[in-house]
Ligand binder design. Structure first.
Ligand code: FES
Length: 149
């Protein structure tokens, strides 16, 4: 066990934990923040996307020891009450179908809009590589386009 200190959504955390524990399972099992989802566990699907020091990151690939001193943001911290522009548009446009992957998609989309405020469809496709088995990609693009207006 090692003591790891970091912040999650602005709140300081200090955990005595196996330092090799993936950040995904640290969030879900040790901090009960279950909005971040497990899909593949090998960095392919994006369901586990969080922000690490402001950048979209697949948390299944990051051992918690790598985030000592870092700032993490999860879907629970994207807005105080679900009223981030992307969350509002996701509801308005019925973007989710089953919804399982969408917290990861939202975190990737928020990161994209920070880096590219008005992305083209090509830039959306190039930057949002999250997998959605329901095939909601056209509505994801529409939500991001509308958020950029
Ligand atoms: Fe991390 Fe799929 S669970 S990328």
């Amino acid at each position: 066990m090692t003591t790891i200190k970091f912040t999650v959504n602005g709140q300081a955390q200090s955990l005595d934990i196996d330092p090799t524990t993936p950040l995904l399972w640290t969030l879900r099992d040790h901090l009960q923040m279950t909005g971040t989802k497990f899909g593949c566990g090998i960095g392919m699907c994006g369901a586990c996307t969080v922000h690490l020091n402001g950048n979209a990151t697949r948390s299944c690939l990051i051992p918690v020891q790598a985030v000592d001193g870092a700032d993490i943001a999860t879907i629970e911290g994207l807005s105080e009450s679900g009223d981030h522009i992307l969350q509002k548009l996701w509801v308005e446009l019925n973007v989710p179908q089953c919804g399982y992957c969408q917290s990861g998609v939202l975190m990737a989309a928020a990161d994209l809009l920070k880096r590219i405020p008005n992305p083209s469809d090509e830039e959306i496709d190039a930057n949002i590589s999250n997998i959605c088995r329901c095939g909601t990609y056209p509505r994801i693009r529409e939500g991001i386009r509308r958020a950029a207006q």
